[in-house]
Ligand binder design. Structure first.
Ligand SMILES: *Cc1c(COP(=O)(O)O)cnc(C)c1O
Length: 362
């Protein structure tokens, strides 16, 4: 079967080099070979996230760590900041974990603003908050630095941040932000196959986790720290994915992180230009558009052009490229084009050519 290239916002296209790395012969996860592999990656991961903390590898999708963070760190009540499908779901997950939870809901396409969080935290009811940096469903980026600055005012509140679809595409300085958890799954901007998550926790988060009686085992942050100190993981990890991550980290540093960030900014601007050229507007509030994907407004909000999104998707797929036809309640009234991972100006131009051809047939 012919491969359809992925331009959806996750999973994204995986390179041949990465697939080869996945097929590296197996080793034992308690042996020196694995410890050497993890130890080689650790400083790269720490540089990537600008942190002195140990970076953990979780054999799970992002949701494992998202749920784990709630189980490890919420004792009183969690404020779930909600602005799209993934951040909305974190509220449900918190309740399913038996936690007291409150929704800070804004309209999809709007970012979460620091003032709104400040108002909620001022009540003193909360000991944790969850935030999604880049809400993939609506293509909206919330102002992370502005929100993280609140940590100084509320040092006892655990700031849990999902950077699933932004990590590696924009600079994320964990220690400087002063937040408590930063996590990502690897099938988005890392451009690895799904199945692995990367995360880091602050010393305060580790101390608090140690006091949580029902934090479970698989996502126990204390276990992750104890094992990471020995360059190991609590349970048998997805070693093929870890080989692939190591290969990918080498790619990141060969390209240069700054170049990687600039490439994402550039290819994202090209996609916005493509949308504008065809008379479309964007779904997110102006100034808060994601830089790893473009959520095109297709009738969800007034203004701009609309097309039959399902038909557009099919016409592009017939040319061997998969775009996304909109997520959740904005399916069809938006569509999404991803520029995350390995995409270059050249590969993005192939996408626009396919889109142009499809648009001419609509
Ligand atoms: C994809 C995504 C998730 C969920 O990831 P899973 O791999 O399905 O667990 C969570 N948050 C954001 C922002 C995402 O884009």
């Amino acid at each position: 079967m012919a491969h359809v290239k992925l331009h959806i916002p996750g999973p994204v296209e995986v390179s041949e080099k990465t697939f080869k790395a996945l097929c590296t012969p197996m080793i034992g996860h308690r042996g020196q070979g694995f410890k050497d592999l993890y130890a080689k990656m650790q400083p790269q991961l720490q540089t990537l996230l600008s942190t002195k903390q140990l970076v953990y590898l979780s054999t799970s999708s992002a949701w494992g760590v998202m749920e784990g963070a709630v189980r490890n760190l919420v004792q009183k009540k969690v404020l779930n900041c909600m602005c799209g499908a993934f951040s909305d779901k974190w509220f449900d997950v918190s309740k399913k974990c038996g936690k007291q939870a409150e929704a800070l809901q804004v309209e999809w396409g709007s970012p979460i603003r620091a003032e709104a969080i400040d108002k909620k935290l001022a009540t003193g009811e909360f000991d944790a908050l969850t935030l999604i940096h880049n809400e993939t469903s609506s293509g909206t980026m919330s102002p992370l630095a502005e929100i993280a600055a609140l940590k100084k005012k509320y040092p006892d509140v655990m700031f849990i941040v999902d950077a699933v679809s932004s990590m590696t595409a924009v600079p994320l300085n964990f220690d400087a932000l002063g937040i408590d958890v930063l996590l990502a799954g690897t099938q988005k901007a890392f451009a690895l196959p799904p199945g692995l998550a990367v995360f880091v926790a602050s010393p305060a988060a580790l101390a608090k986790a140690a006091t949580a009686k029902d934090r479970g085992y698989y996502f126990d942050f204390v276990e992750f720290q104890k094992n990471a100190e020995q360059s190991m993981t609590p349970s048998t990890p997805a070693i093929p994915h870890i080989y692939a991550l190591s290969s990918k980290l080498d790619d990141f540093f060969a390209e240069g992180l700054e170049n990687r960030y600039a490439r994402h900014a550039k290819t994202n601007q090209m996609t916005r230009d493509w949308a504008a050229k065809h008379g479309f507007t964007l779904f997110p509030e102006k100034g808060f558009e994601s830089i790893t994907l473009t959520c095109v407004n297709n009738g969800a909000k007034p203004g701009g052009r609309t097309v039959d999104a399902a038909k557009l998707q099919k016409l592009v797929k017939d040319q061997g490229i998969l775009i996304d036809g909109g997520y959740g309640k904005i399916k069809g009234t938006t569509f999404r084009l991803s520029n995350m991972g390995d995409e270059t100006e050249a590969t993005m131009n192939q996408l626009y050519a396919a889109l142009d051809k499809a648009m001419a047939q609509l």
